[in-house]
Write a protein that binds this ligand. Sequence first.
Ligand SMILES: *[C@@H]1O[C@H](CO)[C@@H](O)[C@H](O)[C@H]1NC(C)=O
Ligand SMILES: *[C@@H]1O[C@H](CO)[C@@H](O)[C@H](O)[C@H]1NC(C)=O
Length: 372
Amino acid sequence: MRFESLIGFALLVVAGLWPLRAAAQMYAAIFNFGDSLADAGNLVVDGIPEYLATARLPYGMTYFGYPTGRVSDGRLVVDFIAQELGLPLLPPSKAHNASFHRGANFAITGGTSLDTSFFEAHGMGHTVWNSGSLHTQLRWFEDMKPSICNSPKECRDLFRRSLFIVGEFGGNDYAAALGAFLPLQKVHTFVPHIVDSIGKGIEKLIAEGAVELVVPGVLPIGCFPVYLSIFLKQRPEMYGPRSGCIKDLNTLSWVHNALLQRKIAELRKKHPGVRIMYADYYTAVTQFVLHADNWGFLKQTPRTCCGAPGVGQYNFNLTSKCGEPGAYACDDPSNHWNWDGVHLTEAAYGHIAKGWLYGPFADPPILEARQR
Ligand SMILES: *[C@@H]1O[C@H](CO)[C@@H](O)[C@H](O)[C@H]1NC(C)=O
Ligand SMILES: *[C@@H]1O[C@H](CO)[C@@H](O)[C@H](O)[C@H]1NC(C)=O
């Protein structure tokens, strides 16, 4: 190698390392809110409830080797982000005897954007399973403050130096509405409520002193075996010709994400000193479906790694879901993006985390070089 190219190489290496180091110094802690896409074990801190199949093997098989309450075969996006930023994996906020000085994960399986009262008022009381809405999680955050900072000033100072990840929220809100078999038109009327609630959550955190917030959108739910199985129909025009996903359900997700980004734009204007990053699950999963081989995934109709044969080609069976008798994990979860019909594999989460940190799946990326 010529001397000049060696220098070029060295510069590249330095340039490549720089954002990581800057960020590692920048974030004192990470505080995360969300649902089963981010739950690090909040439902299982006092033991594994009988009903909770997601806290049994093969959940956890790839990374931890045992179930942790994470609804995947291994790490979630928030775990990859913590590791990449040089922080410890965030303990679930309900953990006893954990240290939360470098962050806490308030996400809980079943978490919604809206409070239970909304679902009850709209006739979905029976289909919602809400273990902790965004605003409930924010109360848990409030309750934790005395154990992580000693004065309002100290708290604000810590939060100013922390990264807040708010979501995704909405997936379970829509699941409650779709599970009640409300007409899609009706479900669309809930979108502004769900997005407004997320906006209010962001503003509560900004009021606490947060200045760096990541706000993820929802997944393209029409690509998920759970919905593909439940809504199995014969009309070919329902499906994307290349993706095999249900178009109308993806439109619902798309509209949510568009409104959420509009809300974020509003909040950026209102709070100029605050950096709000939109994090994109939707485009990432669409890429996994349409260009599977670019990501090391098998090219196939959306199909779970862990499950049992059911209707269609999805390897998803509602009476034999991953973690339940009769369901098995595929040999190599790393070549599937879909883990259990509802959630993603560690491999998929790893790609998404990278895309949020460095682009292209975030606007702006978390580690975008910036002046402060
Ligand atoms: C809590 O942590 C302390 C220090 O790490 C340890 O000595 C103690 O045994 C722990 N208690 C429980 C109940 O795990
Ligand atoms: C789904 O699983 C159950 C057993 O758990 C089985 O009886 C049923 O045939 C399966 N459905 C399909 C369509 O294979």
